[in-house]
Design a protein around this ligand. Structure first.
Ligand SMILES: NC(=O)c1ccc[n+]([C@@H]2O[C@H](COP(=O)([O-])OP(=O)(O)OC[C@H]3O[C@@H](n4cnc5c(N)ncnc54)[C@H](OP(=O)(O)O)[C@@H]3O)[C@@H](O)[C@H]2O)c1
Length: 359
């Protein structure tokens, strides 16, 4: 088999010939058709991720065909077209992962390879309407977006008659009458070029939310509008949130993967009783947090990481039901993985970067 091996921070990524994998008890070997990159892979190569262990094959996402099964696993899996949940040992608690939890692709060898060994319990059928590349783009970013939007963000299908209702807060808006149609839920998604952000947009649009976005790129805002966003703002422009509030009215849910200095604008943009869900901190820790606004506006500041196996199954149902197609920005050959990962340094992409592993 071939694998892209990360030997350590400062070392070049190299595509090497390696001995073929043998499944251990409870595992399957998937011959990969495609794999996808996540910012995690980039952070690891830069030494910006906790607990880095090398040498390792990076990559959390893949699509392919089950080629071998280990002891205890039904042979009926053989030949099936699959994707897999990239979280190992989530545990029994749907609210949070166990201490043993880890993401495929460090410390366990991942998907930037022609085959990967995964626990059989992580396997799911590949959505039939997706290409191999689209299917590979889905798992990690898709489940992160799904949990952030629907589980931690509590966005619901259709309209939101009362803000704050999901959290048990008393009505903050008048209950709509028959003459006054209920208003769609208003959602803000930051850094829309990101892989998770793009899925969050598609997932929220599919349930009828009015979605606004931020980006450093007018081109990406236009792309987001073509996917159903109402409009967008450049997060580098001071005061963009005031323009947003003028156009949109109150924002019920903010889904953010950036943090940093821009977090203060999110607190301002949030309506009373709103939720701000953080799934990442690409721009680092917020230098300050205006707690006065947080408690006076009755805000819910919520964290979200990956998702449980149950969230993953629900995400797949959502994708299959709405026939959502992941946005694939560019496809590279497997041995071009170093170029693809280097491309993430300045995030020119909209959506996902994918590698062909066996196509
Ligand atoms: N908790 C979890 O389980 C989990 C899972 C997945 C990802 N994450 C984290 O979430 C973050 C995004 O991951 P990803 O894979 O979606 O990354 P990605 O595809 O590499 O997205 C990067 C995007 O972040 C946006 N961005 C950068 N600086 C920003 C800022 N100051 N304000 C707003 N947006 C900014 C940019 O959007 P524009 O190009 O539009 O400007 C950029 O395109 C990363 O920090 C990642 O580690 C966490």
């Amino acid at each position: 088999m071939q694998a892209v091996v990360f030997a350590g921070v400062g070392e070049p990524l190299v595509c090497l010939e390696r001995p073929d994998l043998e499944p251990r008890e409870g595992q399957v070997i998937v011959e990969l058709k495609a794999a996808a990159l996540n910012r995690r892979d980039y952070f690891i190569t830069q030494g910006l991720y906790p607990g880095i262990k090398t040498p390792v094959v990076l990559g959390s996402d893949g699509s392919g065909i089950v080629a071998q099964v280990g002891r205890g696993i039904s042979e009926s899996w053989l030949g099936r077209e699959v994707i897999f949940f990239p979280g190992i040992d989530w545990g029994d608690n749907p609210s949070a992962q166990s201490r043993a939890f880890r993401v495929l692709g460090m410390p366990d060898d991942g998907t930037l390879a022609t085959s990967v060994a995964v626990p059989a319990e992580l396997l799911y059928a590949k959505p039939p309407h997706l290409s191999w590349q689209e299917a590979a783009a889905l798992p990690l970013a898709g489940v992160t977006a799904y949990r952030a939007v629907f589980v931690q963000g509590m966005l619901r299908q259709g309209v939101s008659p009362k803000m704050g209702q999901a959290a048990g807060v008393h009505d903050l808006e008048p209950v709509p009458s028959a003459e006054q149609p209920p208003r769609a839920q208003h959602v803000l998604i930051t850094g829309i070029g990101g892989g998770v952000a793009t899925f969050a947009l598609q997932f929220a649009v599919a349930v009828g939310a009015e979605v606004w976005v931020t980006s450093s790129s007018p081109r990406k805002i236009q792309h987001a509008v073509s996917l159903g966003a109402k409009g967008g703002f450049d997060y580098r422009n001071t005061g963009w949130q005031r323009e947003l509030i003028k156009l949109s009215g109150p924002i019920d849910l903010i889904v953010d993967g950036a943090g940093g200095g821009g977090y203060a604008a999110l607190i301002e943009a949030a309506a009373p009783g709103a939720r701000i869900v953080s799934y990442g901190a690409t721009a680092g820790r917020p230098p300050e947090l205006d707690l006065f606004k947080v408690f006076w506006k009755q805000l819910h500041l919520v964290g979200s990481t990956l998702g449980s196996p149950r969230d993953f199954a629900a995400m797949l149902d959502h994708v299959n039901h709405h026939r959502i197609r992941p946005v694939v920005d560019q496809v590279f050959a497997l041995d071009d993985a170093p170029t693809a990962i280097a491309r993430m340094a300045h995030s020119p992409q909209f959506g996902k970067l994918v590698l062909n592993c066996g196509i």
